[in-house]
Ligand binder design. Structure first.
Ligand code: SF4
Length: 120
């Protein structure tokens, strides 16, 4: 028996409303491009996300600095990833792209700085 999912593609700002039917194969309808078709299949088989947040930093102009995962991580690891980010405190200076947490949760993905911050 097939199951139908209504999803909104997040691969670009257009936000196509996808109808994804899960049966012996996964059928993606209403995607305006191939990226949407790939998103629909991936969302049902191995959903992943880029995580963006902020991290505590000492000795800089602000008390927090924007950070993100360098690549997508599995959706079910987002909560634990946010916990690791919240439990880490940096010391300025930090350069955009610096690796702040290596191989977060064994995913093979690093947490990197989204901007630079000088020491004061
Ligand atoms: S299907 Fe293509 S056009 Fe539509 S939201 Fe996804 S990436 Fe954008």
């Amino acid at each position: 028996m097939s199951k139908v999912h209504d999803l909104i593609c997040i691969a670009c700002p257009v936000g196509c409303h996808l109808k994804v039917t899960e049966g012996s194969e996964i059928l993606v309808e209403h995607a305006k491009c191939k990226r949407g078709e790939a998103y629909g299949v991936k969302e049902l088989t191995n959903p992943t996300r880029i995580v963006t947040s902020t991290m505590k930093i000492e000795g800089g102009l602000s008390s927090r600095i924007p950070v993100r995962t360098a690549e997508d991580i599995p959706k079910d690891k987002i909560f634990d990833c946010m916990k690791e980010i919240n439990e880490t405190t940096l010391t300025a200076p930090v350069k955009m792209g610096d690796v702040l947490i290596e191989n977060v949760l064994g995913t093979g993905v690093n947490i990197v700085a989204s901007r630079s911050m000088k020491a004061i």
